[in-house]
Design a protein around this ligand. Structure first.
Ligand code: FE2
Length: 385
């Protein structure tokens, strides 16, 4: 009997290590533009990673050797568990197929890196993943918006279960997707595993930070998982006739509030952002777009809380003269439509979406917004021309 226990004891570590490298979360698309895309995934163990890219087509992924793109930093291939690969030089409005690879790094022998096995996505018994780059010349498209999920992945599932390439070009997560970010795994258990399962391998997510994502021990790692196209959580992009201005409203209380434990610096952050907004709205790309949609988690009206007042004070003077067609917000967990003229301080409509409804938005020669509940029933409709 004692021999058997000893055998189990000594074999256990071997069994654990023999699991080898596995892709644990993702892949998902980020930072997609007309000419680039970033693919992100995680592995259980340290690894180096690469991606193979192929044009759309009915030929096998195995038809020819595909070009490889690597996860690098300042010239070196990155060893780690979080893998981010950016592919550049793509064409607008073009579909590409891709496959991901991670090769386990088991240790070092002197200067030599020791490698284990390779994990990859399957292109043998299923179609390779694919994505389509953005295209400012596209005449019409649809997108979804959800907000304030607060880690309730079942709500996300109910609201996005029918998202597919045929009906949705992109999805916007408009903040507070989790309540506190203490451990990076919460990004996946809270909402991203569900998003990946449903659509995020092939349809891009654009992430607006909410005030809750600024909280918790791992909050400063959020950007590693949702990198904006310009190095910030506030960024801009164009698709079809819409110029999207994604803003980061920061925290909702004064920076000195006891709840923030001396870590908040959002007044300065909103000052920096104000300068960026001023630059962006002066560009020909912004001014010549047929539509301009602003996305911001905290609406610039409705309470006298500091965050609301500070975005109103700093951003509204700029946005009010920028011909914004509509702003989409969340945060209050209560639907409200502030029409142009309803609030003398805001010169454009603001739609505040509830936490248990989603927005299905179609853009062509106008913007049609359907607010739907978790059963898919339309509860409000707005048209912006
Ligand atoms: Fe919020």
């Amino acid at each position: 009997m004692r021999t058997n226990w000893l055998l189990i004891f000594f074999c256990l570590p071997i069994f654990l290590f023999s699991q080898g490298i596995q892709i644990t979360n993702g892949p998902y698309l980020q930072r997609i533009g007309e000419n680039e895309a970033t693919i992100i995934w995680t592995t259980n163990n340290d690894a180096i990673s690469w991606l193979e890219l192929a044009p759309a087509g009915n030929d096998s992924f195995y038809a020819t050797e595909r070009p490889r793109y690597y996860n690098t930093s300042h010239g070196s291939r990155v060893i780690g568990k979080l893998h981010r690969i950016t592919v550049k030089g793509l064409s607008p409005g073009t579909e590409y197929r891709y496959r991901i690879f991670s090769k386990e790094v088991t240790g070092y022998a002197g200067h030599q890196v020791l490698y284990g096995t390779i994990a990859s996505s399957n292109v043998y018994s299923r179609k390779p993943f694919s994505f389509t780059t953005l295209d400012k010349n596209k005449k019409a498209f649809s997108f979804r918006v959800v907000n304030d999920i607060h880690g309730k992945a079942d709500n996300l599932l109910a609201m996005l279960k029918d998202v597919k390439k045929e009906n949705t070009d992109l999805v916007i997560f408009n903040g507070d997707m989790i309540s506190t970010l203490n451990d990076e795994k919460e990004i996946f258990t809270g909402f991203m595993d569900t998003a990946v399962e449903l659509f995020a391998k092939e349809i891009p997510i654009f992430y607006t930070r909410g005030n809750h994502e600024t909280r918790g021990r791992a909050n400063t790692r959020l950007y590693d998982y949702f990198p904006g196209s310009n190095g910030h959580f506030y960024f801009a992009f164009r698709h079809g006739p819409v110029f999207f201005l994604v803003l980061d409203s920061g925290e909702d209380k004064p920076d000195s509030d006891i709840e923030y434990s001396e870590l908040s610096q959002f007044d300065n952050y909103r000052d920096e952002q104000k300068e960026w907004i001023e630059t962006v709205i002066a560009t020909p790309e912004f001014q010549s777009a047929p539509f301009r949609i602003a996305i911001m988690h905290i609406p610039p009206s409705g309470t006298t809380w500091h965050g609301t007042q500070d975005v109103a004070r700093k951003f509204l003077p700029l946005l009010n003269k920028a011909n914004i067609d509509i702003m989409l917000s969340g945060h209050t967990h209560n639907y409200k439509y502030i029409d142009k003229g309803d609030d003398q301080n805001i010169h454009f409509p603001v739609l505040i979406n509830d936490d248990e409804t989603y927005l299905e938005i179609s853009v062509n020669s106008q913007i049609e917004i359907l607010q739907k509940d978790m059963s898919g029933k339309t509860v409000n409709r707005h048209v912006v021309k």
